[in-house]
Design a protein around this ligand. Structure first.
Ligand code: B1H
Length: 852
């Protein structure tokens, strides 16, 4: 079998020789040069960027071969297909992942060496595909990797945003947003399908017509139409010939421009329709967790859902004709990634009833069998609701359909609840609380469509993304629904792909694990990592483990040097918090503890300081552009950092750096270097978290609250190995009520006075931050920072003590990797496939003479 992870030097010797005993390297080298010559008109590979372009366009051909073979096979076999509908796919870079997943690293590493280039540097010339905000979008990307690796027939469907997640820069310590112009030098990882286009309409009116048979049909005449143009992004599985697909839609105008206007000399107007169409797929909304209630956002959602459903139905018709819609649920299953694609409930009904002529009830049976919904958040402000007015104007037929669905639903409810709630007022109250269409509680004039309720009513299965989260889904946010349909509700704890998040981003650790376990089979069977437990206390193994971590820390130190121009002590504890900036994630609490650490160090004598555990703290993450409080938190990090890092008394013991533009690629550098990572959300607020899993996989200890997947990680790793602190989810409501009477810790009071008093400058700018947690007349410390503050400092104390005992620290570090088996997205996807999708593997035959 092909050697996959082991050091490139090893691969050089073996994989570069093909089965006939001849080396394929000269051909690969030539191919890279040719790609550069004929696609870019450049005669020489002289920069890493040249090498990247030549390599990527060369690899693309191998990828497309695998893609075509897979799809030929799937077409022939006609298996049931999974369609993962998501407004976000946070893919990151593709080169390394493609080369490694296809087992081509030997060829390409050697060829590049011959061209005077290093694979690692070449890979860095690629721009991230940042078509997502954070965890939700990255989860979709990990799921695609696992679906292909498990040979599951399945595609992702989404939007080909011209501009992805904004680039973050710092200006004087404040966040600045810059456009993410990622497509300018072409994209070797996509194939434009000029033959795959669908029309998508908006607005207009709905009329009734009688058909010959007397059946009344609704005819929707949209006021505006755009074209959805397909782009396919092949997704290579690991260690299998399967290469699946992510199909993304680009919005194009019906005609290049309005000729009539052009002829009349009205040039501005001639371009208007084009701009309106292109705006739909122009930019990703940069809000992680709070949906944007803008019309354009609803347009984006409908745009990709409508194109994707038409696409699937047209393929279904091509194989099964248009008389057997009853077979659809045995051929297609759709997963709604949060409520963003929930308009699919109404769109599938519209396509089946209005376009294909099915009876309502039959269409409803098919629709609800085909759809499933994953909830990713319990934060009330994050649950999507669209004003009926907006929906009726943009999607008049869908609004009608939702009204009919809701009528049927509430009538059914009324009958169902008759015995449980015989009193009519009681029953009416419950029905109102479960109605898909309801009043806006803040504005009685306005009616809203509750997209989560539409998704629950329109789906077969509803799942949360970690055990605690799924319990909150059942017991709180959808409790009324759960009581009626208990078996509809499931848990599917998230996972991450061990390829990108260990094997490819940390090849040194991967090699060590492979050597220790005697095989690299753990890469697609992460449960095998448990065998590392028996070596956790072995001093020789610990030393090799520590050496890898040190090398990765050196690399991160190099990055800090490039960004901040400062050297850091690589013997210090590397303490990391990287994630979107949000009040509930409590980066602010982290900063408060850093301030306290600084003040303590300041008070010590130089002699005492020698006993302190030195720390390098790193915080990274983007704030949504309109999220004022999050932006202030970033400024607090940089302001505290500049004071601490410049203080000659303490700078040998404590540093704080904000690393700008946190993205997938930066995560791939930071995570392998981390020794302590922070996952400190208020209990009950972080649905799962997925970076916690990536850190654990790379042997990084966790300081965290009893929240999201932290709980399951602690169970797998051993709770005693995790620095757990803070209040529990079940106590939150009571504590919130009592917060104004809570006696804050004197250390907390001191720090609040310091920030207010201008110890870090920017007094005025930080005032709202202080007030939000400390002035009960203004804010209410909704995320209970004060309540958890003392426990957090204690936990940090325990971290220091543990770090002093390196043997114990390393033992724990190994236990984290050993306990990560459960958190492979392969496990998650297997569970979805078995419990929700009912789809099995369908592997194409191996490529002739090729790998695997
Ligand atoms: C998660 C989102 C999200 N939950 C709305 N919800 C968005 C909601 O643009 N929007 O409108 C964008 C994103 N993202 C995250 O999902 C959770 O916070 C994490 O805890 C979880 O790990 C992740 C994947 O399940």
């Amino acid at each position: 079998t092909a050697l996959r992870v082991s050091a490139v030097a090893e691969a050089d010797k073996t994989a570069a020789i093909n089965k006939s005993g001849t080396s394929s390297v000269p051909a690969t080298t030539k191919d890279i040069e040719n790609k550069l010559r004929y696609l870019f008109g450049r005669n020489e590979v002289s920069t890493p960027n040249d090498a990247y372009q030549g390599t990527a366009w060369s690899v693309r051909e191998r990828l497309i071969d695998a893609f075509n073979k897979t799809h030929e096979h799937w077409k022939k076999e006609d298996p049931k297909f999974i369609y993962y509908l998501s407004a976000e796919f946070l893919m990151g870079r593709s080169l390394t992942n493609t080369v490694f997943n296809l087992g081509l690293q030997g060829d390409y590493a050697t060829a590049l060496k011959e061209l005077g280039q290093k694979m690692e540097q070449v890979a860095e010339a690629e721009r991230d595909a940042a078509l997502g905000n954070g965890g939700l979008g990255r989860l979709a990307a990990c799921f695609l990797d696992s679906m292909a690796t498990l040979d599951l027939p399945g595609w992702g469907y989404g939007i080909r945003y011209k501009y992805g997640m904004f680039k973050q820069a710092l200006k004087d310590g404040y966040q600045q947003e810059l456009p993410d112009i990622w497509l300018t030098s072409g994209n070797p990882w996509e194939v434009r399908r000029d033959d795959v286009r669908h029309m998508v309409g908006f607005g207009g009116r709905v009329e009734r017509r009688r058909e010959a048979g007397g059946r009344e049909v609704a005819v929707w005449t949209p006021a505006e139409q755009v074209i959805a143009q397909a782009y396919d992004n092949p997704i290579p599985g690991y260690s299998t010939p399967t290469t699946s697909n992510l199909r993304l839609w680009d919005a194009l105008p019906l005609s290049e421009f309005d000729l009539a206007a052009f002829n009349a000399g009205d040039y501005d107007r001639a371009m208007l329709a084009r701009e309106r169409a292109e705006a739909i797929s122009a930019v990703l909304y940069p809000n992680d967790s709070t949906p944007e209630g803008k019309e354009l956002r609803l347009k984006q959602q409908y745009f990709f859902v409508c194109a994707s459903l038409q696409d699937v139905l047209s393929r279904f018709k091509a194989t099964h004709g248009s008389a057997r819609w009853d077979l659809l649920p045995s051929k297609a299953v759709f997963q709604l990634n949060d409520t963003h694609p929930t308009i699919a409930v109404a769109e599938l009904m519209r396509l089946l009833v209005d376009v294909e002529g099915l009876e309502w009830d039959e269409a409803w049976g098919i629709t609800t069998k085909c759809l499933n919904y994953t909830n990713h958040t319990v934060m009330p402000e994050a649950l999507e609701k669209w004003p009926v007015k907006v929906m009726a104007k943009m999607l008049p037929r869908h609004m009608e359909i939702i009204e009919v669905i809701n009528e049927g639903w509430t009538q059914w409810l009324s009958a169902h609840l008759a015995s449980e709630l015989p009193a009519p007022e009681e029953r009416a109250k419950r029905i109102a609380a479960m109605s898909i269409i309801h009043e806006n509680p803040w504005n009685k004039e306005e009616m809203l469509v509750n997209m989560a309720y539409l998704a629950v009513v329109g789906s077969s299965a509803v799942n949360g993304v970690a055990a605690i989260h799924s319990n909150i889904v059942k017991d709180e946010i959808f409790n009324d629904f759960y009581k009626i349909f208990p078996s509809k509700f499931q848990n599917k704890t998230n996972g991450v792909t061990p390829r990108r998040w260990l094997a490819w981003c940390n090849p040194e650790l991967a090699d060590l694990i492979t050597q220790q376990l005697g095989s690299d089979a753990w890469i697609n069977d992460t449960e095998q990592l448990t065998a590392l437990r028996t070596h956790a206390s072995d001093p020789a193994f610990q030393q090799r483990w520590a050496a890898v971590k040190s090398a990765k820390k050196e690399r991160l130190a190099g990055l800090i040097k490039r960004v901040w121009g400062e050297e850091v002590n690589t013997a210090a504890l590397f303490d990391i918090q990287i994630k979107r900036i949000h009040e509930y994630k409590r980066q602010y609490l982290n900063v408060l503890s850093i301030i306290w650490r600084y003040k303590q160090l300041k008070r010590m004598s130089p002699q005492q300081r020698l006993q302190a555990v030195p720390r390098v703290c790193v915080i990274g993450g983007k704030a949504a552009s309109a999220y004022d409080m999050a932006k202030r938190i970033i400024r607090l990090v940089t302001a505290v950092g500049s004071v601490i890092n410049a203080d000659p008394d303490t700078r040998d013991y404590l540093r704080l750096y904000f690393l700008p533009d946190y993205n997938v690629s930066l995560a791939e550098t930071i995570i392998p270097a981390a020794e302590l990572s922070q996952h400190i959300s208020t209990a009950g607020t972080e649905a799962s978290g997925t970076s916690n899993m990536k850190f654990a996989l790379n042997g990084c200890l966790i300081i965290g609250t009893w929240d999201g997947a932290n709980i399951e990680i602690a169970e797998e790793t051993g709770v005693e190995n995790v620095f757990v602190f803070g209040v529990r989810a079940e106590d939150i409501n009571g504590l919130r009520k009592e917060r104004k009477n809570f006696k804050t810790d004197p250390r907390w009071d001191e720090i609040m006075r310091d920030i207010e008093g201008g110890m870090f400058g920017d007094k005025e700018y930080f005032k709202p931050l202080v007030d939000s947690v400390n002035n009960m007349k203004v804010g209410n410390d909704w995320f209970l920072l004060a309540n958890d503050f003392a426990a957090y400092l204690d936990a940090q104390q325990q971290v220091d003590e543990c770090y002093r005992d390196q043997a114990e620290w390393l033992r724990r570090s190994i236990m984290y990797t050993a306990g990560s088996g459960k958190f492979s997205s392969d496990r998650t996807i297997r569970q979805y496939a078995e419990d929700i999708w009912h789809v099995g593997p369908c592997r194409p035959p191996p490529a002739a003479g090729g790998q695997q």
